[in-house]
Design a protein around this ligand. Structure first.
Ligand SMILES: O=P(O)(O)OC[C@@]1(O)O[C@H](CO)[C@@H](O)[C@@H]1O
Length: 569
């Protein structure tokens, strides 16, 4: 929690530790303890997060408290178990030494202990510019205890430390403690991926405006519900899509069909801006394309040499391509659905490029890393799956009527999935799909602070026709991790983070939200006090307002010191 927002902290863990063996030597014990009843302020409050404050582990009735106390330690324990159980496999896969594995187990054990005892954050010990930025930030926090700082800060810090444990070994530098879980989760989702792949292939040929819009909306909803599959909420337990309908089970209902799921979960979408998003992306895309074509550039005058270097990007006020950005969340099935949406936008010529923003390091168990991105595409290209589903039985023919022919079985296979995987591989190679992993996404900062901490990334995002933020963690960072009044609009909740139109697809897995109609939050609370913690509900929100792309007042990263921003040639 930053100094200015530290409104709830009332002391540190060391102040409340009356079991500490040195406690009886403190002035407080000697002068106040046994003789005078001193009411020490307890830093934990027995409340939910008050409205308009940031989520924090000190509110004992909040999901943040439960999460830090119960969920995170389990996640860390599972990392320790994985290292102990699969030590040999990890050694051979990474060329790791026994000593490094032992040291990493010790490192994670200490980290877990520090978390559960609400210690202060340790500074990072690696000496890279990125680690230095982390340390600068840690030192600037007034409260540095795990439960006393903003929840998202502490969670990010724990994942950053998990990374440091690897970085500081010789042989585990590239080790991802969650790789096995992520790969397994992909393999467990073959059937819904085959179903979506087959349908996507039929959506790709350029279609008329109405069909294109309807398909765009459908794919947005497939992308929304794929966010149910995250391994951090389930503490690493495998999660696959489930049939959610109430309709009685017949063979055809037994298929894991994400399109059926959209219908079954229709009432669980609390805000649905999907039509707005489709219209906005199409119209912004068209406008940017026109601006790029623009008035033809003046030919250099006779005898005048054409400019040798391409113009400085700091000067661009028009992007060079029509681009759509996806700030990814989970790997596996969720990333697969993001790739499907991206492919659709390219095939329908709505945009020319899609930039995928992923995490540079293992993050929140199942978040996409560059390795996972490659893994998902190559596994799709090699997909192998086949299942025959018998048709639903036909009603008995009436007396005297001839029995009707039974329908053929439905065959679900990976043929289309393989086709998509091969095409996506080509898209990566020819630059249609771009994978970026800026440090900012694995920093503690919320998005309203991006301009301050990473102005280059902010400007990079400004080139997008729109930016799609996937999942709960991105949503928390978009909202500044603040417990807004649930009826506050999406735009004010973004607090000035307006690089390009921002869209969010999120299943609700943390106790904060905005943009709800009046009375809805109260109604859902009355139905189920824990409705915000399970991913059963979703929101599709958009803010069309954005800052215009101006000439930068900073040197561009591409031209470095030779760039003078507005005056660079
Ligand atoms: O970003 P995602 O994958 O949708 O969700 C991340 C999540 O599981 O992690 C956090 C708790 O650790 C919660 O915000 C949320 O429940």
């Amino acid at each position: 929690m930053s100094k200015s927002s530290n409104r709830m902290s009332q002391g540190s863990a060391t102040e409340i530790d009356r079991d500490d063996e040195n406690y009886c030597t403190t002035p407080e014990f000697i002068y106040g303890g046994p003789f005078i009843k001193v009411e020490k302020p307890c830093p934990f409050l027995n409340t939910a997060t008050p409205i308009n404050l940031q989520l924090q582990g000190s509110f004992k009735k909040s999901f943040a408290y439960y999460s830090l106390k119960e969920r995170m330690p389990v996640i860390l324990t599972k990392v320790i178990d994985y290292l102990s159980r699969e030590g040999n496999k990890i050694k051979s896969g990474n060329g790791a030494s026994d000593e490094d594995i032992r040291n990493y187990i010790q490192y994670v054990t200490k980290l877990k202990n520090d978390l559960v005892t609400n210690k202060k954050y340790d500074l990072l010990t690696v000496d890279t510019p990125e680690a230095q930025r982390w340390n600068k930030w840690i030192e600037s926090c007034e409260t540095q205890n795990y439960f006393m700082n903003t929840w998202v800060f502490t969670e990010c810090y724990v994942y950053r430390r998990l990374r440091e444990g690897c970085e500081s070994t010789k042989t585990l530098a590239n080790f991802d403690p969650f790789d096995e879980q992520k790969d397994q989760s992909f393999n467990n989702s073959m059937e819904p991926m085959c179903v979506v792949a087959e349908k996507l292939i039929s959506m790709l040929p350029e279609s008329d405006k109405d069909k294109r819009k309807a398909d765009f909306i459908t794919l947005l909803k497939v992308c929304l519900w794929s966010n149910k599959c995250d391994l951090s909420l389930s503490m690493g337990e495998q999660v696959t899509l489930k049939n959610e309908g109430t309709v009685k089970k017949t063979p055809s209902r037994d298929i894991l069909d994400p399109f059926q799921m959209i219908l079954d979960l229709k009432d669980k979408v609390l805000v649905d801006d999907s039509a707005k998003i489709a219209d906005l992306v199409v119209s912004r895309g068209e406008n940017i394309a026109k601006a790029i074509e623009g008035p033809p550039e003046a030919e250099p005058a006779e005898g005048e040499a054409p400019p040798e270097v391409p113009p400085c990007p700091a000067k661009f006020t028009i992007p060079q391509d029509v681009m759509f950005d996806i700030v990814c969340d989970n790997s596996g099935y969720e990333l697969f659905t993001d790739l499907c949406l991206a492919h659709f936008l390219i095939a329908q010529k709505i945009v020319q490029k899609v930039r995928f923003h992923v995490k540079k390091i293992p993050w929140f168990v199942s978040d996409v890393t560059p390795r996972d991105f490659k893994f998902v595409i190559s596994s799709c290209a090699r997909g192998n799956y086949k299942r025959e589903i018998p048709p639903d039985p036909k009603p008995e023919p009436a007396e005297g009527e001839a029995p009707t022919e039974p329908d053929p079985p439905r065959v679900i296979s990976a043929d289309s999935l393989r086709q998509l995987g091969e095409q996506w591989d080509k898209f990566v190679q020819d630059g249609t799909f771009v994978v970026l992993s800026d440090d900012f996404w694995t920093s503690p900062h919320v998005y309203k602070d991006m301009k301050r901490y990473d102005p280059d990334l902010y400007r990079k995002l400004q080139f997008a026709a729109a930016i799609l933020f996937k999942g709960d963690l991105n949503y928390r960072k978009l909202l500044g991790e603040k417990n807004w009044n649930p009826t506050t609009g999406f735009e004010p909740a973004l607090q000035g983070f307006l690089p390009a139109p921002v869209a969010a697809l999120r299943t609700v897995k943390a106790d904060l939200i905005c943009g709800l109609p009046k009375g809805k939050w109260e109604q859902l609370n009355a139905l189920d006090a824990k409705w915000m913690e399970k991913g059963d509900y979703g929101v599709i929100q958009v803010c069309a307002k954005c800052e215009p792309l101006k000439v930068s007042d900073r040197p561009c990263p591409q031209y470095g010191d030779t760039c003078r921003g507005t005056v660079c040639n």
